[in-house]
Ligand binder design. Sequence first.
Ligand SMILES: [Fe+2]
Length: 482
Amino acid sequence: MIMKIAKKKRLLGKVMALVMVLGLLLGAVPVAYGQVSTNGSNSVKVVLSDQGQSFNMISRIVRGQVMVPYQAIGESLGGQVKWDSKARTVTIAKGDTTLALTVGSKNATNNGKRVRLVVAPVMSNNQVLVPVRFVAEGLGYQVEWNNTTKTVILKQKQAVAAKNAPKSGGVVNVYTSRHYGVEPVFAEFTKETGIRVRFTTGSDAALRERIKAEGKNTPADVYMAVDAGNLWLAAQDGLLQPVTSSTLNNNIPAELRDTQNRWFGLTKRVRTIMYNPNRVKESELATLSSYADLADPKWKGRLILRPGTHVYNQSLVANLIATYGEARTEQIVRGWMANEPKFIDSDTRILETLAAGGADVAITNHYYLGRLLENNPSFPVKVIWANQTSGEKGVHANISGAGVTAYAENKENAIKLLEWLSSPRGQKLFADSNHEYPVNPNVAPHPIIAGFGKFIEDPVNKGEFGRLQADAIKLLDRAGYR
Ligand SMILES: [Fe+2]
């Protein structure tokens, strides 16, 4: 079709308009490279129509090819992804298929067989973007593109779907706001137990509202969320039931689960100080060890924070209130504000801004740096574990976790899923999929984040972040941190 268009140039305008309207297949809609912003703000929706799931992915359209991060597409389709920084090669493996793509090269391979790509993978904002069509088709999906809604629709080819059909063992339905890399983890659980996992993604609050509205008829057996504040709210609203399980109690330290066993932490994320080593002097580092130190006037105009409306910061402040009291916490937060921070509502962009020299210090979750380092081991940002010195209680660690819903129809399978996720095998897969720390103390963290060094974490029960959330929001407001 494109060839015909090229021949009949005078018809090009008309035909292109038609193409735009009809939203034809991927590859039919050329978009000039320069038209697409490079700050990662463009996104496409990728829908797995068989599973009823959808993912928003950062994207670029290059010469009509939709390019997305290899990790996001690979893991969403149940593949295991790897990045070889030396060879600048990405591999995506699923079942007996292995795809390999190299940054800057149009030569890719499918099980060692060479395939010529229309567009070579590119490195953009420290992420490797790959053509979605090559990856999806290689892993057994049919690909459709809706240009109007900017949606990639993927459907498993029949033979592949039949091969992947789960064995018997019943089902467990999960509502999850944690979507990054969950599918391969659930697939492994199904492989080991025969229990099929059906999952629905959405925002934490929206999923809670949905469980509330569905009441006794909710299909959800498990509510899975990021941030302890969300789990606490679900328990508070009566959406979760207590679970007695010695496996969960043995695998998960007490401060990472609800005192009434309604939710359980499954991975840990640490919100701490990040800095650009090319811009912060040794002498300055010597006096930078706590959240309170960021209130020092020497950081004026040099600090980036995420807005105070974000739950990550509300939990951080709730943690500080629980451990150091309101007065001391307010003093710290007011000090940050006095330093006139730059506000950026994305941890990844905060780290990219630090790396680019747009500021010198910041507070973010550790795993965002893990991701960036995976793509670029020399990414110029370093971690300081906050509040490690004597007199301090340790760094702020939050959790992602889950609980069994109050009206779970598949309660036994729901408990089995939580137990499996807390086991060494489940922990390794679940934590590594997002560069988080395992909650199970017998499981080693991914080498990249192990490289950040050991730390002491504040032993406060994570339920406090929920209990003190309203106080934290009020404090942030009073201190002018919005
Ligand atoms: Fe996050």
